[in-house]
Ligand binder design. Sequence first.
Ligand SMILES: Cc1cc2nc3c(=O)[nH]c(=O)nc-3n(C[C@H](O)[C@H](O)[C@H](O)COP(=O)(O)OP(=O)(O)OC[C@H]3O[C@@H](n4cnc5c(N)ncnc54)[C@H](O)[C@@H]3O)c2cc1C
Length: 481
Amino acid sequence: MHCGSSAGRTAGSGPVTGRRADAALARHEQVDVLVVGARCAGAILGLLLARQGLDVLVVDKSRFPSDRLSTHMFELSGASVLQRCGILDAVLATGAPAHQAYCMTIDGAELSSDLVRAEDDPLGGYSVRRHQLDEKLVAGAREAGARIIEACHFEDVILRNGRVVGARLTQQSTPTVTEVSARLVVGADGVRSTVARAVGAREYYRTENQRGMVWAYYQDYRPEHPARLHFHRNRDRMVFAWPSDSGLLTVIAAPPVAEVSALRRNEAAFAEYISASPEITSMIQGADRLGAPRSATRYPGYFRAASGKGWVLLGDAGHFKDPILGQGISDAFRQAEELAQRIAMSGLSPRPLDTALRAWWRWRDADAMQMYWAAYLQGRAGTLPLFEQRVVGLLARDPALRARVTGLVLAHRAAPSSLLSWPLLAGAVGAAASPAGLLSAAASVRSLLRPVATCLIAQARVGRAGSGRGAVRTQRNGTRS
Ligand SMILES: Cc1cc2nc3c(=O)[nH]c(=O)nc-3n(C[C@H](O)[C@H](O)[C@H](O)COP(=O)(O)OP(=O)(O)OC[C@H]3O[C@@H](n4cnc5c(N)ncnc54)[C@H](O)[C@@H]3O)c2cc1C
């Protein structure tokens, strides 16, 4: 869907019309779509649905501007959604430069390349700290006509005959509970999604992260022209850096989970870890660090059942992957764009809506599954297995494949599997033809079995979604009718 288009509205179940200014909620409200969560996922969905002429209420327990734990880099595919939504310029007013190239090294293999752009693409991906990024998204959604209420908590869904028909909300400003009737309730409320809990969405393909993140901001660093994304892996160390808004460079260390806390507290240990990348060390030589490093230790990956009767989960509420490849924000934008189109096309009548949501769930899993496993595999602690080092070495030797890794796969424009071919794998096995190399190849193939199998199984499961899987399991007191 292209933002601003009004296509896709069908007759029959005419939506509640009219745009109301943001204000305190009345005791009873009626809207077309209630979105819980107003950041990357919720704000973009609210913006797009409002542009379709739907009556959208977006609530968030936060007040904006406010921060979120994230290293906030988004790739070209996410930037293009913002461009189509007409809010990229507002985001760029934060001073974030376009990342037009990648500087990537893995154990000495050079995978650097320019970004691969289509003619109508933005200049690149960007990095904008979340207190600024999310505020722009919220402003864009308001501008488009979505009604956004801050400091407003989703408490529970309202069910009728097993269908979600609305939600109960509370506002900080008033002790009363508001009952909102909605044809669709969207949980865009992040990893700890209360909506997911309320509808009993089951979880699948859970993974535990083996590395955490410690990051700091540097000002007056040595900038590059054009700005580049830095990804460096040196034996067991992983270090990243990207130019961000307001003239800052975000520098990230990704040590094993057990080392996060020591690295965050010990300035010398952080600097020593970063020294694994001479490129980044040289950029921050003589630069000032802004404040203390921040860190995140535990962020398991998962998929959750994405839809049921009258509800859908968007963004982190429905799926989270290891942020080591920086995909979550773009995923949320792209998911919102795809979902908005399908909601609008359904006309919001229950049956077509449920079908559209199931189809979107299938799309989401297909869209995310390969990158989910790629991020998990990249995020394993320790050194890269010998066989995978050989694969990287072969990728690095071919300029076309190099450009594909950085310019297309990381930008979510080609699947990770598109990097692998039988000749390449055979070459890697041949190069590793020692007992240790062959053992490593066998171990790598074994570690790929689950990812490959789950890609296939997920498709099949979602195909059966019509049987009621993922539908609301719990009926709550006082919500039956
Ligand atoms: C350490 C770390 C680093 C990361 N780095 C990157 C990166 O560099 N690039 C990248 O693309 N991704 C990164 N991510 C992932 C990225 O931050 C998320 O994928 C992204 O924020 C998802 O957006 P969202 O809108 O789905 O959820 P969120 O941003 O979590 O927003 C959810 C909103 O829901 C609201 N909410 C929650 N419960 C309720 C309730 N009951 N009632 C009302 N409102 C509620 C919250 O207040 C919040 O505002 C990182 C994640 C982590 C943990």
